[in-house]
Design a protein around this ligand. Structure first.
Ligand code: T4K
Length: 396
C-alpha cells in the first residue's frame, strides 16, 4: 500500500474491487454435482428432491414444522402477507431494506413506520405500541444485519393487541436469541438466499413457520393457489424455487458453521484493527444474541473522526473498497412513503434517521483475506488522521 491515500492523489490500495456482498461459494464441486444430478433426473423445478431436502433442513435448523422455499425473499414476503391475512396497516421499523415496506404496499397494506433503538438497530417496541391503531393487523419485525429483534417484547405486544407477528429475517439465518435459533419466532419468518446473503442460493427465499394452517395457505399461495390434484382454492402466484437454486442453497446451508467461523475471524480482525481509530465504532450483536457476522458495520461519529460518513465512503471507494451505506435513507424518507408521512409515519423517526446517516458496511466473507481486512482498517485510520485534507479533497 502506498503512503498517499488515492483520494489525495495516490495509487488505489486495491487493483481489484473489494465488494461488500461478494458471494460465498460453499463447495463448488458438490454444487455442480447436485446440479448435474438434477439435470440427469430431468426434474428441474416444482417441488424437486433438492428443494424438498433444502426445506427439511431449514425447518430442522429453525426448530419448526414447516418450510416453504421460494424464488426470492421479496416474493416470500408477499406470499406470507397475503396468506397470513394482513390488511389495513402493519407496523414495521423504518430502518430496513425497502423490500420490507414495498411488499406490504404491493399487497395493498399500509406500512406504518416506527422508530428503532439506535443501540440494537431494531424496532423500538415502545414506539411500535404508539403507532398501533384499530386498523393495524400485524407487526413485521426485522432482525437487522442478522441481530435478532426483541422477540419476547414483540410477542407480548402482538398478543396484547391480537396482531399477527411476522419477521423479515432476510439477514439472520444462523443467529440465535437467548439460545433459540432465528426462524422459530413469531407466527412465521422469511429468509433471503440472494447471492449476497449468508446462505446463498443464487436467488431464493423461504418461509418458516410452526403454524399448520398458515403453512397450508402459504403452500397454496406460492403455487397459483393450487393444492392436491391441482384443485385451485385461492388466488396464488408462482413463487417456487428451482433445483439449481436448491443445489446451491443446500450446499451453502451445510457449510453454515464454517462460514460463521470465517466471518467471525474477519469481524475480530476488524475489531482489533479499528479499536484505536477515534470516532469509529464497530457494531456488535445485542446481549443475548448471536449472529452470522455477514454484515460488518461501523458507525462514523463525525465529531470524533473529523470526517463525514460520506467522505469516508468516498475515500474507501477511491481505494477500490466498495463500502456501502445500507440502509440510507430509511424507508420513510424514500418514495413513495416520504410523501405519505401522515399515514405511514405519524411521528418523527429521529433514531432511524440518525443511524442511517452514520453507518458503513465493510467487506467480509470468504472473498476477503485477513490481510485485506488489515489494509481496510489501515486505510480508515489514515483517512481519519488526514481528515482535513480528505474533507477538502471531497469538496473539490
Ligand atoms: N428484506 C431485507 C431486510 C433485505 O435486505 C432484502 C434484500 C430483502 C428483504 C429481499 O430479499 P431478496 O428478494 O433479494 O431475496 C441487494 C440484494 O439484491 C438484496 O438481496 C439485499 N436485501 C439488499 C440489501 O442488497 P443490491 O442491488 O443493492 O445489491 P447487488 O445485487 O448489486 O450486490 C451488492 C454487491 O455485491 C455488489 O457491489 C457486488 C456484489 N455481488 C453481488 C452479486 C449479486 C457480487 O460480487 N456477486 C454477485 O453475484 O441489493
Amino acid at each position: 500500500m502506498g503512503s498517499e491515500l488515492a483520494i489525495l492523489g495516490g495509487e488505489p490500495a486495491f487493483a481489484e474491487a473489494l465488494h461488500v456482498g461478494r458471494p460465498n461459494i460453499p463447495d463448488e464441486g458438490l454444487v455442480l454435482e447436485r446440479i448435474r444430478q438434477a439435470i440427469d433426473r430431468r426434474w428441474l423445478t416444482s417441488f424437486g428432491p433438492l428443494v424438498k431436502e433444502f426445506e427439511e433442513e431449514l425447518a430442522r435448523q429453525a426448530g419448526v414444522k414447516h418450510c416453504i422455499a421460494t424464488c426470492n425473499a421479496t416474493i416470500a414476503l408477499q406470499v406470507l402477507i397475503r396468506a397470513g391475512g394482513l390488511r389495513g396497516e402493519v407496523v414495521m421499523p423504518s430502518f430496513t431494506f425497502i423490500a420490507t415496506a414495498h411488499t406490504l404496499r404491493w399487497e395493498g397494506v399500509t406500512p406504518v413506520f416506527c422508530d428503532i433503538d439506535e443501540e440494537t438497530g431494531n424496532i423500538d417496541v415502545a414506539h411500535a405500541r404508539k403507532v398501533i391503531t384499530e386498523r393495524t393487523t400485524g407487526i413485521m419485525g426485522v432482525h437487522l444485519w442478522g441481530n435478532p429483534a426483541p422477540t419476547e417484547e414483540l410477542a407480548a405486544l402482538a398478543d396484547e393487541h391480537g396482531l399477527r407477528l411476522f419477521y423479515d429475517s432476510a439477514h439472520a439465518i444462523g443467529g440465535t436469541r437467548l439460545g433459540r435459533p432465528v426462524g422459530g419466532f413469531g407466527d412465521a419468518e422469511v429468509y433471503s438466499f440472494h447471492a449476497t446473503k449468508f446462505v446463498n442460493a443464487f436467488e431464493g427465499g423461504a418461509i418458516v413457520t410452526d403454524d399448520d394452517a398458515l403453512a397450508e395457505r402459504v403452500r397454496l399461495t406460492h403455487n397459483y393457489g393450487r393444492g392436491e390434484g391441482n384443485h385451485v382454492s385461492c388466488v396464488g402466484t408462482n413463487a417456487k424455487m428451482t433445483e439449481v437454486a436448491a443445489a446451491m442453497g443446500l450446499t451453502s446451508l451445510e457449510n453454515m458453521a464454517y462460514l460463521i467461523d470465517v466471518n467471525r475471524e474477519r469481524f475480530d480482525r476488524y475489531a482489533a484493527g479499528l479499536a484505536d481509530v477515534p470516532g469509529i465504532r464497530l457494531r456488535r450483536p445485542s446481549p443475548g444474541n448471536t449472529v452470522n457476522h455477514q454484515y460488518v458495520v461501523i458507525e462514523v461519529d463525525t465529531p470524533g473522526t473529523g470526517l463525514s460518513r460520506d467522505d469516508l465512503v468516498a475515500t474507501l471507494q477511491a481505494e477500490n473498497v466498495l463500502a456501502r451505506t445500507h440502509f440510507h435513507p430509511s424507508c420513510h424518507r424514500t418514495e413513495p412513503y416520504v410523501h405519505e408521512q401522515a399515514v405511514s409515519a405519524p411521528l418523527p423517526l429521529p433514531h432511524s434517521e440518525a443511524l442511517s446517516d452514520r453507518v458503513v458496511q465493510l467487506p467480509t466473507g470468504t472473498g476477503v483475506t485477513l490481510d485485506q481486512v488489515d489494509q481496510v482498517c489501515a486505510l480508515i485510520g489514515r483517512a481519519v488522521r488526514h481528515a482535513p485534507a480528505v474533507t477538502k479533497a471531497c469538496l473539490a
